[in-house]
Design a protein around this ligand. Structure first.
Ligand code: EPU
Length: 339
């Protein structure tokens, strides 16, 4: 195990924020992950797991052992005539898994194409896009306890998945490191094209005519047209969650702002488009101190090259304050903030 000391994390976070780690190690297997956790216990280091760093804000140096998860491997562990269950190592690249699954004629993940990050990070925020969420495919999550080094498996229900949320962001935050995810995919294509942008893309076809590959291609085209590639323009995807409000509050807001997109939820609440509210407050395309709000998508904060994490959080607070003043709705930051 090669522990590096006082390492820069700039290459390892998609916002390209400058921060260092007291100690950094790359692990390639669950065994190495357990060894890294025991090194941290022996040396009394806190542990911070990192996948591709595509959903973190580093606003301070980390006095911790940062564990970069690079374990690879996709294993078929069960099958039925209708489905296949895969066990995928945490360090696998999410988008590569989506592409691979389609090549194997295993369906379901196509709406989740092009989401940056690793498979191990995906359950933490229950990644979702274009009408589909990861929670529909997860059968188990395998993890290592930071405190004991024990291996633990959680069922789908135990993960407590919700919109951009799970037990890994709540009761089990900072206690476990995910080592592998089990996903059950279908052998039978069943496309989901209800999301407005996909409905528009397939307006001339019925859902029976649309293939999973066509959905994959459409999602890649839509995402590429509005969401900046972090490798070209450093960002962490949607910076805020879409807020949920009561039906009464949604009715009141819709009366005052008839253009505001409101999505009724199964639990009776209503989800609002944070991007629309941020754009309404005039932030879209804002640029200052080397940071900004993307000109094509108001939910994406961008580091143009020399911003730091503290300044980024200050800008986020200003955005949040103006949305709160205008709409009386408080936005929540989606990525994990350190510092
Ligand atoms: N909109 C604006 N201004 C903008 C951008 C969007 O008014 O600058 C409006 C659009 O016109 C649309 C609505 O806001 O009516 C929603 O926009 P969009 O379809 O782009 O989706 P979103 O709600 O902004 C969410 C996810 C994305 C995911 C897309 C597609 C969250 C926080 N974000 O964005 O996820 O790709 O839906 O499903 O839920 C991410 O989490 O990092 C992410 C990119």
């Amino acid at each position: 195990m090669h522990i590096q000391r006082a390492e820069s994390l700039l290459p390892f976070n998609s916002l390209a924020l400058q921060a260092s780690a007291d100690a950094l190690v790359t692990v390639n297997s669950a065994l190495e992950l357990r060894d890294a956790c025991s090194w941290a216990r022996e040396h009394e280091f806190a542990v911070v797991p990192l996948g591709q760093g595509s959903n973190v804000v580093l606003a301070a140096d980390l006095t911790a052992l940062v564990i970069r998860q690079c374990s690879r491997g996709i294993e078929q562990i069960a099958e039925t005539p209708a489905s296949v269950t895969l066990r995928v190592a945490a360090g696998e690249d999410w988008h590569s898994l989506v592409q691979w699954s389609l090549q194997q004629h295993l369906y379901g993940l196509e709406n989740l194409a092009l989401i940056p990050g690793t498979v191990g990070a995906a359950p933490i925020q229950n990644i979702g896009a274009y009408g589909v969420e990861l929670k529909s495919f997860v059968t188990k999550v395998h993890a290592v306890s930071i405190a004991s080094g024990e291996t633990i498996s959680l069922s789908n229900a135990e993960c407590a998945f919700a919109y951009r949320d799970s037990v890994f962001k709540r009761a089990l935050q900072d206690q476990l490191i995910i080592s592998a995810v089990e996903l059950t995919l279908s052998r039978v294509p069943e496309v989901h094209i209800e999301y407005p942008a996909l409905q528009a893309a397939f307006s001339n076809s019925s859902s029976q005519q649309v293939t999973p590959q066509a959905v994959f291609d459409a999602v890649v085209a839509i995402r590429s047209s509005k969401l900046p590639d972090p490798a070209v323009m450093p960002n962490a995807g949607s910076f805020f969650k879409n807020p949920c409000v009561t039906q009464a509050q949604a009715v009141e807001l819709a009366a005052r702002f008839p253009e505001l997109p409101v999505y009724p939820q199964p639990d009776g609440q209503a989800k609002l488009a944070a991007a629309w509210m941020i754009e309404y407050c005039g932030w879209k395309g804002y640029r200052g101190d080397g940071l900004g709000i993307h000109p094509e998508h108001a939910l994406v904060m961008v580091n143009y090259g020399n911003g730091n994490g503290v300044q980024l959080l200050e800008l986020a607070s200003r955005v949040r304050d103006s949305v709160a003043d205008t709409f009386a709705v408080v936005l929540q930051i989606e990525p994990r903030v350190y510092g």
